[in-house]
Design a protein around this ligand. Structure first.
Ligand code: ADP
Ligand code: GLC
Length: 498
């Protein structure tokens, strides 16, 4: 048996997204920062990603690293692996090329239908099988593979079942990181055979089976050496029927292995004092300069740039998770307040249409931009006063941390990581960094906004709240250490007793 080492860890992160190359939400931000942070602690770290069409090969400086052979669905796929460096770092990202599966616009969904690609099983199975072939054929011998969400959650099972006898992979442990339990990769039962695993493995109540179908996340939870999620509160919540999305039983069974480590943010990338996307950079000691960003924000959204009242904002994926239904339940009343509401978001067509329709009916009070724009997002975090996050559930949430760093006070539903990062005004006026409501309904949301608006009318209270928010340390430094400790423990004690 290999001696446990407390020296250098060899860690491979595997994910569907990582900034600056691929991003649809917070997972991209986390994968753009955490691997580099661990690398900076002295470990050998790389992140493996699919080479999606959206990756600009020239701008990324991709270099051919190897060509491997992947046997999949009875075919031999010669597969090129490219490498690039993280910005401001020598930490590497590796990209698996497959023109057929990955050279499409849209990471998860077909942009034409707004639905998942019909061959989703094959795309992600290929990716995971190719990853393990990459490790095997280039003899990487990682101590640990860290999988993120269902797209990579079959790796622990493949390690245990298909590669048990494989010298290059025998000692490799796995960690499954849960960024959102709402997406589990529930696929037709027969898909399991495309993984090269027998259909018989999917018997009732087996680690793969979920109401007669294949559940990738359940398999990940069942086979990984360790399961971790992105905030302590969410780690507890997912073990309950309300927020367990049907996997709470499995999670409770594995309860002692589910940890919650709070995400950090990249405080260099998200720094209001140096952010090139702002009209006017600012810091907590030059807070009045924040106001220099407001007219440009309002103008960009077609609102009166001279408006002097509070600006409320959202930057969000437009899905049920993000609290769209309770927002809809109070939007008319919200717009009767003396405020402006700006929303940047994209997602489900029903929500895009609903918000656009309301904005069209109140063009002087509310503006919506349907789409994805990093530049506008930065301007919103800087130029608004309050940031609304009425999420039904929120594993961690990064947007509330960005907004606090930019002196914009979050108004949140007290759930998951929102609970772990925002100190509510009504709980602790002196230390408060934002506003929170407990009950998930439109009335409670409106009440929290009204509390925020009354703070707005007291400039001294506002300034204190803003300074408190900007003072918070959301950097990765602390959490990266917790991950390091967790990874050492996983390498020292495999749950499989090797
Ligand atoms: P989630 O990952 O559930 O979407 P997070 O709060 O963790 O939520 O992260 C969301 C990230 O995606 C933030 O970086 C946010 O700024 C960004 N984002 C979401 N929607 C958009 C959009 N339409 N345009 C630009 N950035 C967006
Ligand atoms: C998911 C969650 C979000 C979290 C992000 C990064 O997208 O919805 O709450 O911040 O992953 O972990």
């Amino acid at each position: 048996m290999k001696e446990p080492r407390r020296g250098v860890l060899r860690v491979l992160f595997v994910a569907a997204e990582a900034v600056p190359w691929i991003k649809s939400g917070g997972l991209g931000d986390v994968m753009g920062a955490l691997p580099r942070e661990l690398f900076n602690l002295g470990h050998e770290v790389a992140t493996v990603l699919p080479l999606f069409a959206s990756v600009d090969r020239i701008e990324a400086g991709l270099e051919l690293l190897a060509t491997i052979h992947v046997r999949f669905l009875g075919n031999d796929f010669p597969t090129r692996i490219f490498a690039a460096s993280y910005p401001r770092s020598e930490c590497r990202a590796l990209f698996i090329e497959n023109q057929y599966y990955f050279e499409r616009t849209g990471i998860y969904d077909d942009p034409l239908t707004g639905k998942p690609w019909p061959d989703d099983d094959e795309r992600w199975f290929f990716f995971q099988i190719a990853l393990l072939e990459l490790v095997r054929q280039t003899d990487m011998q990682p101590d640990l593979i860290v999988c993120s969400d269902w797209h990579t959650a079959l790796i622990p099972a493949l390690l245990r079942i298909r590669h048990q006898e494989n010298r290059a992979l025998q000692q490799t442990r796995s960690v499954l990181s849960l960024h959102n339990l709402g997406y589990q990769g529930v696929l037709p039962a027969v898909s399991i055979t495309k993984l090269g695993l027998p259909r018989e493995l999917l018997f009732p109540l087996s680690p793969f089976e979920f109401y007669g179908q294949l559940n990738c996340l359940k398999a990940g939870i069942s086979f990984a050496d360790e399961v971790v999620t992105v905030s302590p509160t969410y780690a507890r919540e997912i073990c309950t029927v309300e927020l367990g999305h049907g996997l709470d039983g499995v999670l409770r069974q594995h309860g002692e292995r589910v940890r919650g480590i709070l995400n950090g943010i990249d405080v260099e990338e998200w720094n209001p004092a140096t952010d090139p996307l702002l009209e006017e950079p600012f810091s907590s000691s030059h807070l009045p300069r924040k106001a220099g960003n407001r007219p440009r924000l309002l103008r960009e959204f077609g609102l009166d740039p001279g408006f002097g009242g509070p600006v409320l904002a959202m930057v969000t994926r437009l899905t049920g998770q993000k609290g769209m239904n309770i927002l809809a339940g109070c939007l008319d009343r919200l717009l009767q307040r003396d405020l402006r509401l700006v929303i940047l978001g994209s997602g489900e067509a029903q929500f895009e249409k609903f918000l656009s329709d309301v904005a069209a009916a109140h063009p002087e009070r509310m503006a919506v931009r349907v789409g994805y724009s990093e530049a506008l997002a930065h301007l919103i975090y800087a130029g608004s006063d309050f940031f609304l996050m009425p999420s039904r559930y929120e594993p961690c949430g990064l947007s509330q941390m960005y907004s606090m760093r930019y002196g914009t006070l979050p108004v949140v539903h007290a759930t998951g990581g929102l609970k772990d990062t925002v100190i509510p005004f009504l709980e602790d006026t002196d230390r408060a960094t934002g506003f929170a409501f407990e009950d998930y309904n439109a009335e409670a949301l409106l009440e929290a906004v009204d509390t925020a608006l009354s703070a707005w009318r007291n400039p001294r209270a506002m300034r204190r709240l803003q300074k408190n928010a900007m003072k918070q340390d959301f950097s990765w430094a602390h959490s990266a250490k917790l991950y390091e400790e967790l990874f050492f423990q996983v390498c020292e004690h495999s749950r499989w007793g090797e």
